[in-house]
Design a binder for this molecule. Structure first.
Ligand SMILES: [Zn+2]
Length: 447
């Protein structure tokens, strides 16, 4: 039963009355991007709503926050996977043993110290050792330029942060988690409406090198499909959770037309208040980065720092340090803008400005409006290895169970929630680790 099918005029059994009350609450929720973006109360933002174009398709997607698998009967996904398997290096092992490895515990996995797989998590290797795979993006090509972006969204209560960015006419790269997009499709639409760039941050936010190749494919595939369903656009970039990629993961991403964007600098904003890490240390990380910039470190090439849309604190930090970043860098741009990726999506009716346009004040280009409801009619991911092309994208693989991802009790009162879908769908501890990072041996991973 859909909420909208419930009316309050029927016979009042207790259960029915209860359901009707829920219905009444849900009915007051946002119905489109504009009404969602207008909400100022973070509790209300996270109250949940039903968005039928997404929720009606949930059977076509993997379970929210679970490691993605190809959905049984999904012929398009199966065909695509079959068409790219030969591009995946056969000599790279799945790392570690699930389930521990899913959270970055690679205990017992013996890895050749010469790093034959270019495993970023182990060595920060960013130049693939296998043929035919492009290098990771770790910095910006233009000097004194910050590649600005945020992981783990869309957060259900991000309006204050997005309002802030709007006031500053500042665009950013948003690395969205498929499960969050499914839960908060209207928040995801706001990113496109506001002129931000959306990249894939996987379906369930696990360590990708711990997944089988088919799981890696499904993590990308269904996130692409969900973003398409919710926002009308299909990204061509991704960021691996925890930066965890090797050449096997890179090859699968590349076959799906996804450019890998990682980072050189880490705010560690996600770590605040966990394992003794303090908010003051995050402040210091921002300050150190700003000092590094002011010291002239980026006069030949720009920088990318890892920051998050994860919770109230991480978004507040971004706002708190924005003006200092502006002072330290000549330009703050979405990563795609810095690379002149003026067509960041498969859909040709949406563009980003070039770097020159952006720094000249044109932060959006015309024709940027998104039409999610008509999403079934545009480009599709398919066959050829380097391009996600092919016709007939019959809204096939896309859906969403637009269930509320957060409860009011878990929110703080300022912009942003203390927990997102990850945290609410699991234990807070697990969610925090999943959305943020985990400690393994002597290595510190971040998201
Ligand atoms: Zn992340």
């Amino acid at each position: 039963m859909r909420w909208s099918s419930v009316t309050r005029s029927s016979a009042p059994s207790f259960a029915f009355v209860a359901l009707s009350l829920v219905s009444a609450v849900v009915a007051q929720g946002p119905t489109d991007e504009a009404s969602e973006a207008a909400i100022k109360d973070p509790y209300q933002e996270c109250a949940g709503y039903n968005y039928d174009p997404v929720s009606s398709q949930s059977s076509k997607f993997p379970t929210n926050w679970q490691v993605a698998q190809i959905v049984p009967g999904d012929q398009e996904a199966t065909d695509k996977w079959n068409s790219i398997q030969s591009l995946v290096p056969a000599n790279i092992q799945v790392k570690g043993t699930q389930p521990a490895s899913l959270m970055g515990d690679f205990g017992g996995f013996n890895y050749d110290p010469s790093d034959p797989d270019c495993w970023w998590t182990n060595t920060k290797c960013s130049t693939p050792k296998h043929q035919g795979i492009p290098a990771d993006i770790i910095s910006m090509p233009e000097p004194d330029t910050l590649g600005y972006g945020f992981d783990d969204g869309p957060n259900c209560s991000h309006n204050a942060f997005y309002d802030f960015l709007q006031e500053k006419n500042q665009k950013a790269t948003m690395y969205y988690i498929g499960s969050n997009v499914q839960n908060q499709p209207l928040q995801a639409q706001r990113a496109v409406t506001d002129g931000h760039e959306i990249c894939v941050h996987t379906w369930s936010h696990h360590y990708l090198t711990a997944l089988t190749s088919e799981q890696v494919f499904a993590e990308f595939w269904y996130t692409l499909k969900m973003i398409k369903l919710a926002t009308g656009v299909t990204p061509t970039c991704f960021r691996p959770p925890f930066g965890d990629v090797d050449d096997r993961v890179r090859a699968i991403a590349n076959a799906l037309g996804l450019v890998n964007i990682v980072w050189k600098y880490d705010s560690n904003d996600w770590r605040a208040d966990y394992d003794g890490y303090t908010e003051a240390q995050v402040d210091q990380n921002y300050q150190d980065f700003i000092n590094t910039a002011n010291g002239g470190a980026f006069t030949t090439e720009g920088a990318i720092m890892l920051t998050h849309e994860l919770n109230n604190f991480t978004m507040s930090e971004a706002m708190k340090f924005y003006s200092q970043l502006q002072g330290a860098f000549k330009h703050i741009v979405p990563v795609g803008v810095g690379y002149n990726r003026t067509q960041p999506y498969l859909e040709t009716n949406y563009g980003l400005p070039s770097f020159e346009q952006y720094i000249g004040g044109q932060t959006t280009v015309s024709g940027s409006a998104v039409q999610p409801q008509s999403s079934s009619s545009s480009a599709s991911l398919s066959s050829s290895s380097q391009s996600l092309s092919t016709a007939s994208q019959t809204s096939s693989a896309t859906s969403g169970s637009a269930t509320p991802s957060t409860t009011g009790s878990s929110l703080s009162s300022d912009p942003g929630s203390k927990s997102n879908g990850a945290a609410s769908a699991m234990s807070p501890r697990f969610g925090a680790l999943l959305a943020a990072g985990a400690f393994v041996g002597m290595l510190v991973f971040s998201a």
